[in-house]
Design a protein around this ligand. Sequence first.
Ligand code: K7E
Ligand code: CUA
Ligand code: CA
Length: 644
Amino acid sequence: MSDLSKEQVNNDLPEDEGRRKFFGTTAAASLAGAGLVMGLSACKQSENGVAGKAADHLEGSSKFEVQPGKLDSYYSFSSAGHNGEMRIYGIPSGRTLKRIPVFNVDPMVGWGITNESKAIMGTNADGSLKYMTGDTHHVHGSYTDGTYNGKYLWTNDKLNNRLARIRMDRMECDAITDIPNVQGFHGIFPDKRDPVDANVNFTTRVFCGSEFASPKPNDGRDTSDPTKWFSLFTCVDAESMEVRWQVRINGNNDLVATSYDGKLAASNQYNTENGAVLADMMSVERDACVFFNIERIEAAIKAGKSFTIGNTKVPVVDGTIDANKDPKTALVCYVPVPKNPHGVNISPDGKYFVCSGKLSPTATVIETELVHKWFAGELKTERDAVVAEPEIGLGPLHTAFDGKGNAYTTLFLDSQIVKWNVDKAIAQFKGDKSAQPVLDRIDVHYQPGHGYSSMGETKEADGKFFNSGNKFSKDRFLPVGPLHVETEQLIDISGEKMQLIHDHTAYPEPHDAIIVRADLVKTKQVSDMNDYPNAVKSMSDNRIERKGKKVMVYMTSQAPNFGLSEIKVKHGDDVTITVTNHDKVEDLTHGFGIENYNINFIVNPQETHSVSFKANKVGVYWIYCTHFCHALHLEMRMRFIVEA
Ligand code: K7E
Ligand code: CUA
Ligand code: CA
C-alpha cells in the first residue's frame, strides 16, 4: 500500500525535475501514511487530487490482478541484455515464469555444463565453451499469416554476434548461429511471408542489423583506417539457421522491422557518417531509414552479382548508395530521417514504418507503399516516402501500436510514453493546422527504452496492454545496493487515457519484448524419451563401460533413486555420465550434482542429458539430486569414487 501511495504522489508532482529525482521526503511519507489510515472514501474527497488519482489507480490495478490459481492472459517474451538470456513474464501479473539460458551459463538447468547444451553453444577444440557471455536486446517470434504461430522465437547477441533460436514448445534454445564479418549485431526481425511465393505465408528468413563497422575481413588489415570499415545487413534462414546472404551498406544498421507483404526489411541508421568517434556520428543533420528489397537482393545473388569476404562463403551484394543510384534496379533505398534515429516499427495494418527520433523530438512516418513506388522508379526522392513527422517529445526511442491507428512512443528524456494518432500526424504534415496528433502522455519511472504492446507486432494488435521497459528505477523499489533492479511498468491502453496498472521488477537489463496472447502458445509439458538418441531406456541399462581411460556411465533417475549407487573410476579418467529421467509425471524434475566437481544439471521428465569431465581429484564425492522431487529427495544420492 505504501508503494501505491508513493507512486501517486510521484505522478502528481508538477512537471519539474523533482519528479525524476530520488524520492523520500518526510512529507511524502506522511502523505502515504495518511492515505493508508484514511482509506479510499476519505481520499476521494481530498482537494489536491492526489488521493483521487490513488483511488483510480487502485481500481485499475485490481481489475487486472491475477488471483491465486488464475493464469495470465498473455506471455511476455523478453530479452535480458548483458545477462545473455531470454525471459518469460506473465502479463498482466508481471510474474517471472521462466528464464531461458541462451548465451549465458545457467547452473539451474545445466546450460553450458551438459554436452547437449555445449553442442548448441559452440565449443573450442578442447571441449570448453567458445563464449560464456552474450547481450540479448531483441526477441521476435515466427509468423503465419501476419500473426504469431507459436513455433520459434529469435534473439540477438550483440556482444559475440550470434543469432539464437528458441523452440516454443519447450521454451529452450535449439540453435545458435554465428553471424560472420559483423560487430554490434543489434536489430533482428523475422520476415512475415515470402517476398515472391504467395503460398509461403509464414516466416522463412530472419534479418539481422549490425551497428559497428569493422575491417573486412577482420584479419589484422586496415586496423588504423576506419574509412575502409563497413557494416553488413544479414539474412539467416529461419529453419536451417544458416546465413543466406549479406548486404554491404553505407553507414550502419541499428534496429530492424519487416513489412507484412514480405517484400521489405527496414533498418534505422544513426551513423550514416560512418564515424568512428561520437562527434563524427552526430555530424550530419539527417541519417536514414534503410529499406532492403529482398526479392531483388536474392535475384542479384542468383545472377552471380555477389562477392565473398575472407574465407566465409556467404554471398555478399553491394547495397551502397553509389551502387544503387537507379531506383529501378536498386537493392537498397536510403530514406533520410532526422539525426540519429533509434527504433523502427511497422504499424499493424502494414501501412507505415515509424522511425523514432532519439536526438530529434519527432517520429518519422514512412509509407510502405511509397517505398515500393521508389523502387519502381515512380517517386522523385527517397525523402518523398515520408508522410508525417510529428513532434512528440524528447528522446523518442521505440514505438508500439494499438491496432486502432494510434502509436505509443517511449520518450527517454521526458520519462514519458506519448500516445499519438498516425492519421492525424499525416494530416498535420499535409498542412492541416488544426490536426493535433498527440492525444495523451503518461509519466513512467524512469527513462523508458523499449515499449511494446499486446500483439502489437502482428495484424492482431489488440490495444490492451503496453509495457514500458524503463532503464532507471531509482526509488521505485526497496534499495538493494548500488545495482538497481529495472522497472517494468504495465499500462492499460484500452481507453482514451493511458492508465498505469503496476510496476514489476526485471533483473538488469531487458531491452525489447513481445506480448503474445496465451492461446497462441502451446508447450509440451513432458518430453518423449525417444527424442533423445542417448537415452538410457531401461533400468537394466544402468551400467559403466570402460575403453582405456574413457569411462562411460549410463544411468537412470526415478524418484527417489538413481539407477546406480556408485560410480568407481581411476584418477585421470575421462568420464562421461548420461542420465535419463524415467519419471513421467509433469513437474518431476531431478537434479544431478557432484560435490567439488563443478557438475550441476537437471533432467526433466523423460529427458536425457550428459556431462563429460576429467576425474582429476581422488577420493569420495557424493552425487546428489539437486532438484526437490520427492519426500526422500534428500536421500536421493550416490557416490562418485575416484581411486588413486
Ligand atoms: Cu533501444 Cu538494443 Cu532495442 Cu535497448 S535497444 S532500449
Ligand atoms: Cu530427485 Cu530430488
Ligand atoms: Ca548520425
